[in-house]
Write a protein that binds this ligand. Structure first.
Ligand SMILES: [Zn+2]
Length: 455
């Protein structure tokens, strides 16, 4: 996301008209984009659209019902029409683009894809300062890719990198460009032909299906003999340029996560004789989407992501464990939004909720929920025995991106709040980190023992 101030106005007008007649466009200068207060009618209209969107995703069918999607699109368009001069209108327009894009791909419908492209182009043209413009460009490139217009996609991504070098689409765009170079050398002609020999295997996403540079940082050697031994992927949250939460005294979440994760991995391999893969064992940045892919590639039995929490209120403290869901409370959704980071935050009303679309299987959810309960119970139980006043915030569900793609029971543990004075101090100490790691590993062991009585 390229963070800039809004200069809304003309676009709102444009979209208002676009939404109604879809044809004639009159550009009128308007006042600066306003941000409606939380309880305003604009917000409730927008929330209404969002709710309908959640429902749509929750009830998502393999072959989408076009009418259901269009009725949600209309709700967002209503925001544009009714409150054109607001930031919500801008977000709504972007979401309409995304809805058309997804629908178009699901149904392979060129007219919906065209609508998506039209919305993105409008946003770019009429909102030069818009904070979702890099995302819009990225999606336009995705549409080009879908149509196998690799040259077009390349130009879009190149201009994205030029115009938004600080944006959060940079990394993904670079990756895509690399892939495009390969596709373009294979398919020298960029003309769309019915028998185009190059297949783009992953139509839903610009992310390459097989991340090449994913070398799991630490893993046990796989032999025929130990293949039946459960494999646990331990994911240290954040890393590299992504520091995660930062405490008032400077404690960095990424460091706490890494120390605990390495300790968990050591205990799981040495004490419990499991196979373990760490998504990172040093201070490096890994895309959220790639973390789950590691677990899938390795056919892991279990995925545990380790994080530390943050809250605006310094008093907030305690341990909580999440599994994938729509977010049982506002606080759960906020935690998920923070952990999902800028990538998702910038399109919070769209992509994060997209997660709901793939509540992959009931088995995964049930197992994840059991795993979360097991780990949370042992984790809190052990810590409260050794340390005073460790709060039990319980097991919750939340729309965490990192839990989305995995095909196995997956949880995210929040070991404490770096924003709380006492917990920041504790989380910075090796002894506390080790105690947390012991308990997390124990919880994992108990879960796997129940699941597979032979171990
Ligand atoms: Zn985190």
């Amino acid at each position: 996301m390229a963070r800039q101030t809004f200069v809304m106005g003309r676009l709102g007008k444009v979209l208002q008209i676009a939404a109604v007649v879809c044809l004639m466009i009159v550009w009128l200068p308007g006042p600066a984009l306003s941000k409606p207060s939380a309880a305003s009618p604009a917000n409730s209209l927008y929330d209404n659209a969002k709710k309908a969107y959640y429902q749509l995703l929750e009830n998502a069918q393999r072959v989408p019902n076009r009418d259901d999607w269009v009725s949600v699109i209309r709700l967002f368009e209503k925001v544009l029409v009714t409150y054109p001069q607001t930031e919500l209108a801008y977000k709504a327009a972007f979401t309409v683009g995304r809805l058309y894009q997804k629908l178009g791909k699901k149904l392979d419908s060129e007219s919906d894809l065209r609508e998506a492209g039209r919305y993105y182009s409008l946003l770019l043209k009429e909102y030069p300062e818009g904070h979702l413009n890099d995302d819009s460009l990225f999606h336009l490139a995705d549409l080009d890719m879908y149509r196998k217009d690799y040259q077009g996609a390349r130009e879009r991504l190149q201009s994205l990198l030029k115009m938004y070098p600080e944006g959060d689409r940079v990394e993904a765009s670079r990756k895509e460009l690399k892939r495009l170079v390969r596709l373009l050398t294979k398919a020298p002609t960029t003309e769309k032909t019915p028998n185009d020999p190059v297949e783009v295997s992953n139509k839903d996403s610009l992310t390459p299906e097989k991340p090449e540079n994913l070398v799991p940082a630490l893993e046990t050697v796989e032999t025929e003999k130990n293949k039946h031994v459960p494999l646990v992927v331990v994911d240290a949250g954040h890393g590299g340029k992504d520091h995660g939460a930062i405490g008032h005294h400077g404690l960095k979440e990424k460091e706490v996560n890494l120390n605990i994760s390495k300790e968990v991995a050591a205990i799981l391999t040495k004490r419990y004789k499991f196979r373990v893969v760490l998504t990172r064992d040093d201070d490096r940045f890994i895309e959220l989407a790639d973390r789950g892919k590691i677990a899938n590639q390795k056919n892991a039995d279990l995925f545990v992501s380790i994080h530390a929490n943050a809250a605006p209120h310094k008093a907030a403290q305690g341990i909580e464990t999440y599994y994938l869901g729509s977010g049982s409370t506002e606080q759960a959704r906020e935690t998920a939004a923070r952990e999902n980071g800028n990538l998702i935050y910038s399109v919070a009303d769209d992509e994060v909720q997209q997660i709901l679309a793939s509540l992959i299987s009931t088995t995964k959810i049930n197992d994840s929920s059991r795993l979360a309960s097991k780990v949370q119970k042992i984790l809190h139980g052990n810590m409260v025995k050794r340390y005073r006043d460790v709060h039990d915030l319980g097991v919750k569900e939340g729309p965490f991106f990192v839990l989305h793609d995995t095909n196995m029971p997956s949880i995210l543990v929040e070991v404490g709040f770096v924003t709380n004075q006492r917990e920041e101090k504790r989380l910075g100490s090796k002894a506390y980190q080790k105690a947390l790691a012991e308990a997390i590993a124990h919880g994992i062991y108990e879960f796997l023992k129940e699941k597979a009585p032979s171990i």
